[in-house]
Design a protein around this ligand. Structure first.
Ligand SMILES: *Cc1c(COP(=O)(O)O)cnc(C)c1O
Length: 642
């Protein structure tokens, strides 16, 4: 790949997408028709002796024709209305986290839809439940988690409706693991190394809690059935999953309700998750950032405070690719802080919210599963990856669970998030009928254990077709740098080109506007801050960017074609960036910071660009949509200033 010309590299993606122009229409059409026919054959071959229940003459009946006409009318209306959709497929779309869809996934989903598998359990989806579990293992391998299901500590992953629910699942599992040793203590379980007091029990690290879980299951297995059942019931009766949080903490008055530590840049799904779990939004403690990455010193400070105040920590969330800025938290430093705090008796899990950045891990993975060194990668890019970024991806293997969204950088249709935990044995604690799972013991067959997938997931019924799409995509494009990695590679190259172009734009436009990339991007989201030349007022600068954005956003009242480009906006809030950083950016733009302290508008509105489309630099036609975007911005600036 290193030696290949950029154009040749792009050619390797030619069969991957329907394409900005619908270039692969006949390929998709062929696949859809071929497998639709295949599906019909399957129906007919189930019991060919059963005659058709709908007569061949049915289409001649007036009711049939009336219904068909109605169907067509509605479908045409729908199809017409959908023409106002957001053109995610186009390299002119650099707004939110969406792009074209991968053909193998789209075809697999369309193929599987008429079979309508329900991944709640194998009874309703004999094939696609297995594919979902396999997809979880594929993602686990990408992250550096154990992915061999014959290993007792193999990882486990499943799909969710999206990253929001995957994050919620992480909270649920973290709480179950943390409370489990406390419940064992309360049930007076003897002999298996249950910690001395509630504080210690509540502060076992996930690995230690899982080891205790295995001892507990082995201990139960040595009892006779009736005795084992009685102990299980005693234990279940003490769990927060049975008692509810109110009663659980009422019984353990010396334990404070645990907090979740996440960077200020964390997605709002964390707030939602804490509300859903009943721990409450107040338990979300936000950690300061530096350059929009979690500040490891600030984290250590918070952890020190927690230890001193005997404030338990449920989990520390590291963000791998923040939603607004694409920045990557120092996971390696979080892992180190966890190690240090464990020695001081404060134990907690680490969850990585990689809803956005998860698939970037393919850039760091060799086809044999090993991690690529910084030296191996660096020659392929201008600056990527910064040493901190490489260290963060290398540390993924030491975290406890991860959220990844196949429907974001996995280029798959909506309805697919993923939750992956490093050691699957923990899932016994979130099974709906825990007794049933406990009975199987720790040594049960991995694939058999997850047949009743609905036992473990937050949802019930859900799409097996979506699971098929994820699995097939990962098979066609294995999750390493030489295969799936081709796509994130294009996006990182595009981000580097975008940043360089933005710097040139800033120079060229000096007399018109002050422009800067407010902080160097870690991955493939690049922001642009703008201020009209000569303006010193923050509110005026913000109004200016909002006017610009009016031209760059989706507007259902205007024909799509009048739009040249789509981008998005975000804000840099003082509470988020910190005073020093905000002052640096505002000074650079020539905005007066003197009024900031009493100005309510203590936020800077900036443009945000998600560089996901693999054809942003179209080597075939020698077009850079990045150049064109900046040329267009130049034109817009004239109008927005007026
Ligand atoms: C998108 C995103 C989420 C939420 O995922 P959904 O799929 O929209 O539910 C959570 N965290 C991060 C970092 C995200 O980018």
């Amino acid at each position: 790949m290193d030696s290949a010309a950029p154009g040749a590299e792009q050619r390797r993606l030619d069969a991957c997408f329907l394409g900005p122009y619908g270039e692969n229409d006949s390929l998709l059409e062929k696949l859809v028709v071929e497998f639709l026919r295949d599906h019909v054959h399957w129906r007919r071959n189930f019991h060919p002796e059963d005659p058709p229940a709908i007569p061949t003459t049915a289409a001649q009946h007036p009711q049939y024709q009336a219904l068909e006409a109605k169907m067509r009318r509605e479908l045409h209306q729908l199809s017409a209305a959908l023409k106002q959709s957001v053109p995610f497929h186009s390299p002119r779309y650099i707004g939110h986290m969406a792009s074209d869809l991968l053909l193998p996934g789209l075809a697999a989903q369309i193929l599987a839809l008429p079979y309508n598998p329900n991944n709640v359990s194998e009874d309703a989806a004999p094939i696609t439940v297995q594919l979902e579990i396999q997809a979880g293992l594929q993602l686990a391998r990408m992250l550096g988690y154990p992915s061999d299901p014959t290993r007792p500590d193999c990882a486990f992953g499943h799909l969710t409706s999206g990253g929001t629910l995957a994050n919620y699942q992480a909270l649920r599992l973290a709480l179950a693991l943390k409370a489990f040793p406390v419940a064992l203590r309360a049930a007076d379980v003897p002999d298996i190394g249950v910690p001395e007091d509630d504080w210690q029990a509540f502060n076992l690290e996930p690995a230690a809690a899982i080891a205790l879980l295995v001892r507990w299951q082995d201990w139960l297995a040595r009892l006779d059935d009736g005795e084992a059942r009685a102990w299980r019931e005693r234990f279940q009766a003490q769990r927060p999953e049975t008692l509810g949080l109110v009663e659980f903490f009422a019984r353990h008055r010396d334990l404070k309700v645990p907090q979740v530590l996440a960077p200020i840049t964390a997605h709002y799904s964390w707030s939602k998750g804490l509300k859903m779990l009943g721990l409450g939004r107040a338990q979300l403690r936000l950690v300061a950032t530096r350059g929009m990455r979690m500040d490891a010193d600030a984290l250590r400070q918070v952890l020190d405070d927690c230890e001193r105040e005997r404030q338990p920590v449920l989990t520390v969330v590291g963000v791998l690719g923040s939603t607004e800025y694409g920045t990557i938290d120092p996971l390696d430093e979080i892992v180190q802080a966890r190690r240090d705090m464990a020695a001081r008796g404060l134990g907690f899990g680490i969850h990585v919210d990689a809803a956005w950045g998860g698939y970037l891990a393919t850039l760091f993975r060799n086809p044999d599963g090993s991690l690529r060194t910084p030296a191996e990668i660096r020659g392929e890019y201008r600056d990527f990856p910064q040493p901190e970024v490489h260290a963060a991806f290398a540390a993924l293997a030491e975290t406890d669970s991860v959220t990844v969204d196949p429907h974001k950088l996995g280029y798959l249709p909506y309805g697919t998030g993923a939750f992956i935990c490093r050691d699957h044995r923990a899932t016994a604690l979130i099974a709906e009928q825990a007794d049933y799972v406990f009975m199987e013991g720790a040594s049960g067959d991995y694939m058999a254990r997850y047949r009743q997938l609905g036992q473990y997931i937050p949802e019930g019924s859900k799409s097996g077709a979506a699971a098929a799409a994820v699995y097939v995509t990962h098979r066609v494009l294995p999750l390493d740098h030489a295969n799936f990695g081709l796509m994130p590679r294009q996006t990182v190259l595009a981000a580097e080109a975008f940043q360089a172009r933005a710097q040139r734009f800033a120079r060229d436009m000096q007399g018109v506007v002050s422009a800067c990339v407010p902080f160097p991007p870690d991955s493939n989201l690049v922001c642009l801050a703008l201020n009209p030349h000569g303006n010193r007022d923050l509110a005026t600068a913000n109004a200016f960017v909002r006017r610009l954005y009016d031209e760059l956003r989706c507007d259902p009242h205007k024909p799509l074609q009048v739009k040249q480009f789509f981008s998005s906006i975000t804000t840099l809030q003082r509470s988020m960036v910190g005073d020093a950083e905000l002052h640096r950016i505002l000074d650079g733009l020539g905005i007066d910071t003197g009024t900031l302290d009493h100005d309510r508008a203590d936020r800077l509105v900036i443009l945000r660009h998600t560089l996901m489309n693999p054809y942003l630099i179209d080597h075939e036609n020698g077009i850079s949509y990045i150049d064109r975007y900046f040329e267009y911005l130049g034109v817009l600036l004239g109008t927005a200033r007026g």
